[in-house]
Design a protein around this ligand. Structure first.
Ligand code: ARG
Length: 457
């Protein structure tokens, strides 16, 4: 049946308009984020083609490759100015760039896709994009960690009731609370490192997943693009699409869960019933009916958005589990999922940093919360110091809870000095880790940008 409402694309003679719209999905918008990386990948591929030995006639000469690279740089510049559009009949960034190059360079533009497929092309784009995004996200993670450490340091040894089961438990400090959350967030960098390392592998040259009868030099594009190594097996390279998206989403979902717990603590401790912390007024929202309200909507949305990112991670894994080997179009949606995950996590990190920077402590409210029970363990340990076995000391205190008295919470906090407890929290340790993480991210970003600059000029 000949479709009445059909469109011509480069790859299909005609395709039904509804099929085009359905299959293109959000690619005309999402792929805008990939233009620079797509051009970089193509520049590396064409450079490699121009160096290919053992052919009767070069597919592209070195001079032609240079022309292509220059035009690719123009495309990137145009895109940065907002002058480049991916049309629906392009289908995606790959065809849009080929069209632009062909419009400018004629037959030479038609040669750039020799020995490639959009499958290895998009896989390369996504990995380069991910590398860059992970590195800049790591810097945002460091900014929030630094804000929490600064908050903790400023509030110094202000006593804070430590809680388990949300019930009053033991003497603690505001600094311990803040840097405890900071360390949890900082440790998330380990997951991002794993995601980064997976993204740092080159699938280019696998073409549609089975290679091509041309002497492609895959190690060369790996070096040109600055990847750690090549994904050796072409079929494996095609299947690796989606895996690094899922790994990144797992790191994103996990850091969001950590942020969500921090948000939850901030909501509770800024309630009037606790009032340990005061959230910056400009980060709270009012009510249309209750004039007295300053609500922590932002923090509630951090919880809400965590649910979304966890959902996108689940969607990515679900998308992968039933797919046969080789490229399948389902993979296109993995792009949408990780891009949404990145965007949401990035905005969440930013807003959390701002709120933490503006948060204040009420030392009186913090001290007033110390009920006699909070000192129970300390009392038992004093009995131990006098020679009573721990379990007997514990029962002595438990059997006479009515004898517990209010104590000096500042003194209680000062008595806790071993590693990682109230006065044993080493702020310098966090500063050193933050600096090292930022330096590594900057070094890697600079290396990536250097590859990009070399290829696109
Ligand atoms: N937009 C597509 C994607 O993200 C590009 C690859 C298309 N490949 C194909 N065989 N239809 O997956």
């Amino acid at each position: 049946m000949k479709a009445k409402n059909s469109k011509k694309t480069i790859t299909d003679s005609t395709v039904d308009q509804d099929v085009l719209t359905y299959t293109v999905g959000e690619d005309t918008v999402l792929d805008m984020a990939l233009i620079k990386w797509d051009c970089m990948g193509t520049a590396a591929h064409v450079t490699m083609l121009s160096e290919m030995k053992g052919l009767r006639k070069p597919i592209v000469t070195k001079a032609e490759a240079a022309k292509v690279r220059k035009e690719l740089a123009n495309v990137v510049a145009k895109a940065q100015k907002g002058d480049f559009v991916i049309r629906e009949d392009d289908q995606d960034v790959h065809m849009a760039v080929e069209r632009a190059l062909t419009e400018k360079l004629g037959d030479l533009g038609k040669k750039i896709h020799t020995g490639r497929s959009r499958n290895d092309q998009v896989a390369v784009d996504v990995r380069l994009h991910m590398k860059s995004e992970i590195l800049s996200l790591e810097k945002e993670i460091c900014a929030l960690v630094a804000a929490l450490c600064k908050f903790g340091k400023k509030e110094g040894a202000i006593p804070l009731v430590g809680r388990t089961h949300l019930q009053p438990a033991m003497p603690s400090t505001v600094e311990m609370w803040a840097t405890g959350h900071a360390e949890m967030i900082l440790d998330q960098l380990e997951n991002f490192e794993a995601a980064y390392r997976l993204a740092d592998l080159n699938p280019l040259g696998s073409a549609a997943g089975y290679g091509v009868p041309l002497p492609l030099n895959r190690a060369r594009t790996t070096a040109l693009l600055g990847f750690a190594r090549t994904i050796h097996n072409c079929f494996g390279a095609s299947m690796a699409r989606g895996e690094c998206e899922a790994a990144l989403l797992s790191a994103l979902a996990q850091v969001m869960c950590v942020l969500s717990r921090l948000a939850q603590d901030m909501i509770i401790f800024s309630m009037p019933e606790f009032a340990y912390f005061r959230l910056p007024r400009e980060y709270c929202t009012g009510s249309s009916i209750m004039p007295q309200k300053y609500n922590p909507d932002v923090l509630e949305l951090v919880r809400g958005k965590t649910a979304q990112v966890v959902g996108w991670q689940t969607a990515a894994l679900t998308l992968l589990h039933g797919m046969p080997g080789g490229y399948n179009r389902d993979l296109q949606d993995a792009k949408l999922l990780y891009m949404k995950g990145l965007e949401t996590t990035r905005t969440t990190l930013r807003i959390m940093t701002k709120i933490v920077e503006g948060m204040k402590t009420d030392p009186d409210a913090c001290r007033a919360a110390f009920t006699p029970g909070v000192f129970a363990t300390d009392v038992a340990l004093r009995k131990v110091a006098a020679g009573v076995p721990w379990r007997d000391a514990y029962h002595d205190v438990r059997d006479h809870l009515e004898l517990l008295e209010s104590e000096d919470c500042d003194a209680a906090v000062k008595a806790k000095t071993h590693e990682g407890t109230c006065l044993g929290v080493d702020g310098a340790l966090y500063s050193a880790r933050i600096s090292a993480a930022k330096a590594l991210a900057s070094k890697r970003l600079a290396a990536l940008e250097a590859c990009c600059k070399k290829l696109l000029r």
